[in-house]
Structure formats: C-alpha cells, structure tokens
Design a protein around this ligand. Sequence first.
Ligand code: PLP
Length: 388
Amino acid sequence: MLNQKLFKIEKEDSYTKHTRLIKEYKASHPEADIISLGIGDVSFPVPLPVIEAMKKACDELGSMDTFQGYGAYWGIESLRRAIAENDYKGLDISSEEIYVGDGTKTDCTALLELFDAGAKVLTGNPTYPVYRNGAFAMGRDVYECSCDEEFKMTIPMEHYDVIYICSPCNPVGNAYTKSELKKWIDYANAEGAYIVFDNVYRDFAQSLGLPKSIYEIEGSRTCCIELHSFSKNLSFSGTRCSYFVLPKEFGEELHSLWRERTINRFNGASYVAQKGAEASYLPEVQEIIKKNIEVYKGNGKLLRNTLLEAGFSVTGGIDAPYLWVGTKDRMECWEAFSFFLEKLNIVTVPGAIFGSKGRYSLRISALGTRENTEEACRRILEFYEKDN
Ligand code: PLP
C-alpha cells in the first residue's frame, strides 16, 4: 500500500506550477527584463575567506594523510564547537547538543522521526510549505493552527504534539516576541508537546523584544528544538549546511538513541561545506555577513514603503526578508502573480503556495540585489501612480 498521506501534498498551489508559468512566460517574451522577487534565494556570493576554507578542505581530501571520510554523522566536532561558542554564547549550549545537517529543509522533516508516527503536527496557515508537505511525506497527520490578524499562530484549546514555529517568519515576514513565544513554551510544557523552532532568519530580527534564540526564554529547553541554516547568511543555498539544537534536558537516553538513529539514517553533511560553515565565525566573515544582511534589510524597507505608497496592505519586510502583500480588490493570488509578471515583469510568489489563507496575498522577497529591488520599486510606483 502506498503512503496515502503523500496524496495530500499540494500539486496545484505549488512551486512546480510557479516555475512552469515563469518559464513559459520567459519563453514567449524573450525580450522581457524580468526581476525575480520570488523564490527566496540570495544575491551575494559566498564570502572569500569561506571559499578559501573550503579550498583548503578540498586539498585535505586529496591526501590520505588528511583525508576525511565516514564518521562525522552529526557533524565535525570543530564546527559544532564553533556553533556552541558563537551562536549560543552565554546560553549554556554545548557541542554535544548540536546536530549538523545538510539543510534546514531536510532537518525540519527528518526531526519528525523523533516523535511517534501518530503525533499530531500543527503548522500555521500560511506556513513554510515544507513543514506541511514534509510531514505528509512522512505519513503524519497535519493540522492547521488559526492565526491572528498579524498572521501569528494562536494558542489552541486542543492538544497537539509537534508545533512548527518559524520566526522571523517565511512567508509573512513577521516575528514572535519573547512574551509571545513564552506562551507557546508554556503550552508545550503543559501539554507534553514539542516546538520545532525554525530560526533560519535569525540575523534579520531587529525590532525590540525579539530573541536571537528560543533558549533565551525560560522553559524552552525541555520542549524546543531550534533549527538554523547557513543558506541565507552565508549564501550556502547551494553548498548545503545547517544544524539544530536538541537540548540536554531531552535526556541522555534520547540523545544516544537519536545518535544511533542518525548513524542509521544519515552519513553527515559534506566535509567541505562544514569547513566553510566553520569559517563563517571568523571576524572578517562576520563583518561581510553583517553588511550583506544590512543590504537585504534596506531592500525590505524600500519594498515595504513602496508597496504601502502604491496602496497595498503589507506585513513584514522589517524583521524578515519577506513581505506579505494583500492583493487589490481581492484579486486571486495566481491572477495577481500573472498581473505582476506581465504588467511589471516582476516575479512574486502566489500566497496560496503557503496555504489556503494566502489565496489573496503575494509573497515578495527582499533577498534580491539592491539594484533590482530599486528598479522593481520604480516600476511599481510608476504603474500604480498612473493607475490612481
Ligand atoms: N526554513 C525556512 C523557513 C526557509 O524559508 C527555508 C528556505 O527558504 C529553509 C528552511 C530551507 O533552508 P535550507 O536551505 O537550509 O534547506
């Protein structure tokens, strides 16, 4: 019998359809100067000192004296130590609590193996679609949480076992404050539930009251697993490296079982990628990352101001590199996507890809180049000023 939950994966409101429509439009309009503010890929190269570290790692593989093969199933010790010492400075997280992977997309779904197959999984609507579709691929039951008017998940009255929270958030671009997260932590501890906290956009958080890590909040160590990726800050979207934290409070037995599970299920992230990720903690790389993030944040601000001026309702663009934009006159999102593509030559993402509540929204990315973002803003303003 096939996995029946696989049939619940959304095919119509999907990135596959999105990619096909863009490809078809480009083929029929080869002259169009198309700006992509769609899929959330980065627009800076991998920093040079990181490239150097990866070249050195390649050289190590070229001699059996320094060769690295099987064995580092949950990450090389030097990277896990660097993560603990830098990302969790003052938060009492050790390298033994860190598990390195080949991307948060893989990790956020693979983590479901920690929970019973009958676990009730809760996601937002809208949500990063991988939580929902990945859980279906794992044969899990997925439930949608209701959200408030700021698109934040509201604490349910019923019991759920695994709750995905993304903050700063893809797709809606908002972020949960410490006090909002504390309520979720209290819910999880009271219910014996677990929070999978996706912190991929951590470096974008700038508003007061936002934590850099869930472990800044009391009670989190017994119920929260935090995930982070090098894809966005280090432009590792193609290089692939990530990690998650399983606090020691989950128990030594669980850790040793998870390690056994990992030995059986995963042969570790690429050694070269891990050495690159390790180099991200060099002071000169931290400087480059900071500068790049500042550009993305500037893009977010520019897009936000432009879209507001053009009369759209907008969430996000401040603490996360995404803007959640309500379509005008309740235009259906695929129609609005085509409208932006054809009239402005700007690629956006139809909100329905993130869930049924995105039917009248578009997601716009601030991860483009400054030049393209400025040109997109110019086109939007010119079009809507003419329109009004
Ligand atoms: N989590 C969220 C919320 C994302 O937006 C993305 C990518 O866009 C990922 C995870 C995937 O990260 P990775 O490239 O590490 O697989």
